[in-house]
Each structure stands twice: as structure tokens, then as C-alpha cells.
Write a protein that binds this ligand. Sequence first.
Ligand SMILES: Cc1cc2nc3c(=O)[nH]c(=O)nc-3n(C[C@H](O)[C@H](O)[C@H](O)COP(=O)(O)O)c2cc1C
Length: 362
Amino acid sequence: MAEPLTDESIAGARAAFRTLEQVERAARRRMPAPVWDFLAGGSGAEDTLRDNTAAFDRWRFRPRALSGMRSVGMSSELFGKSMAAPLLVAPFAPDGLFHQDGFKAVAAACEAAGLAAVAPSSCSFPMEEVRSAGESARFFQLPPTEPDVMRWLIERAEKAGYEALFVTVDQPVIGWRERVRAGDFTFDQSLTGANFAVPGGPGRAPVLGSGSRWLDWTWETLSSLLSRSSLPFVVKGVLTAEDARAAVRFGAAGVVVSNHGGRQLHSVPATLRQLPEVVEAIGGSVPVLLDSGLRRGSDVVKALALGADAVLIGRAAAHGLAAGGASGLLRTLELFMEEMTTVLALLGRNPPQLTPEVLQPS
Ligand SMILES: Cc1cc2nc3c(=O)[nH]c(=O)nc-3n(C[C@H](O)[C@H](O)[C@H](O)COP(=O)(O)O)c2cc1C
């Protein structure tokens, strides 16, 4: 049984965590060092991991005083449904590594916050259970893998009520993760296989990078498989104008500018830096989402100003989950949204008025 969100647990998390830094510290205290390294680490010399967060610090706000703004309104719409803010929880797995309730707690927290989550295919719980823990689990993530397995997952996602597929294209193999290689982290396959262990499935998750199946996908083969689904698909892991244009040409309903939080190909640029190039290439035809490196509410505002329609948080959400399950994550989401409200009020702009002109280089 997942721990329910109660008034008491929510009040406890609010009292314990006044800042996101406190949430992160509590999460770190609760995790064995190798698990922390797996979560916090990146690939290569972690240059991209550092650049992701530094990219936000390179911008400063240009506030306008006495803007006459009556109230701050952050609610936004994504794929036809409204959300309390343009903020989603990114797919991260194995979620059960950080808290026993994993993505069931994520779904419950997002539901309570009025936000949305992307459930990972390598989840510690079957997608049907995640979805019934909260309809906020609107989206299902999956990688290009064995076509039979993909078709089977997609059919289940349709039946379970997911509204779109997020296809992760930046992970044909696992990145060169030196912090993990140097430490004692061992991957517990049982925490990633729940979606595959249900009747009719392959029994266990396809092992990432095994065989040619992961590498021989093209835009053509991927879009031909996905076009048979009734669900729209979003391409997660785009960093260039070329890939953004290809995604749209091959039928994507949206793109996520993502470098997997600096965990996949190393020495790629920060996502915030790539955002304007992708936004220009997409030209407003589909929503542009962004993740990687967001650690606070002002980061969200900066991403929106540079053209993102919404953002996703990975590690920051995992910190909340690890620090206190559903209530820890709910508190994290509240802190993001409360800081965003403060920043927007001080800036004198609501999200629709956020343009690059509200920023200048630091
Ligand atoms: C521990 C961990 C596990 C992840 N697992 C997945 C996954 O299974 N599928 C996926 O598409 N992305 C995965 N990601 C990437 C996230 O979806 C997201 O792109 C990234 O965390 C964003 O960067 P941030 O952590 O700086 O917010 C994972 C990230 C982390 C930190």
C-alpha cells in the first residue's frame, strides 16, 4: 500500500522543508552514497551536468516596476488540458530506489499540486498502477526498443488512459557515467522491470544497449510504428534545430529539449542554451518543452522567457520523493510554484508576457 497524502503528512513536510535546498539535503541524508551518486551524477567529466545549471545563472532579470499587473496567474495548458503551472515531473527510474512508493507517490503528489507527470517505462510499478494512483500521470515515456515490446506497451498505455507518449531518443546506450563506474552502485533490475513482468510481456525489461535494436532506429521507422497509435507522441531528447525539424516532419506533437540531465552524451551543450535554436526551428507549430538543470522557480521563469511552453524537473523531483514520499514531492512542487509566483510578481509579468526581453546576460 502506498502511503496516502494526508493533511498531517502535508503539514509535516511544509514544516520540515522551507527551501528546496533543505529538501535536497534531507534526500541526500536518506540515500546510501552509491544511490546518491547514481542520482546526482552525470556522464563524462560532468561538464554538461555543470553547464545545465550554470546556463540558468548566466541570465539576469530585467524587471519593470509598477506594471499594473493585477494578479499572478500561472495556470497553463498542455495538449488540451490545464495545469496549475507549466511544470511537469520528468520520467526517472528506477523510482523505487528513492522511495518505496516510487511513481505512485509522484502521481499522487502531482494530482494534489494540479500538475502532470511522465511515467517512465522502466518504472518500479506497472503503468496501470501509476495511472490509478493519480490521473496527473498523463504521459507515458518509452524508448525505441524491440518493436513488439513497444507496440505492447503502447496498447497498454492507450487502455490505461495515458494522453501522449514521450519517446526518449537520446539513450540508444547508457552514457559514460564515471561517478557510477567509480562507485559501488549496482543496478537492481527488479526495480526497473514492473512494466515488463506483467502477463503477455517479455518478463523483464529489455537490457538497454543490447543488440542492434536500440541503434538501428531511424525517424522513418520510429514514426511509422508510432503513427499506428491513437496517442500523439512527443520526442524527448532534442538539442538541435535539425532534430527539432525532423521530429515535427515525422509527426511529433511536441519536443523536449533535453540532454537527459547531463547523463547521456557528454560534452553536449546546456539545454537552456539550445532552446532558442529549437524554438526558432519549430516556429510555434508544436509545444517546446525543456528539462535538464532546473533547480528553482526562477529557472522555470527563465526557460519560459526563452521560449519554452513548459518545463520538466527530474532530480529536483527525485529529491522531494526521497525526502518524504508523496508529501515531500508535493512540498517540492509547492516551493517551485511559490518561488515562481514571487518572481513573476517582482518581474511584473505573467507567463504570456515572458519574452527574451525580460532577461539580460549576467
Ligand atoms: C535517476 C534518473 C533516472 C532517469 N531515468 C529516465 C528514464 O527512465 N527515461 C527518461 O526518458 N529519462 C530519464 N531520466 C532523465 C529525466 O527524464 C530528465 O531528462 C532529467 O532528469 C532532467 O534533468 P534534471 O535532473 O537536471 O532535472 C532520468 C534522470 C535521472 C536523474
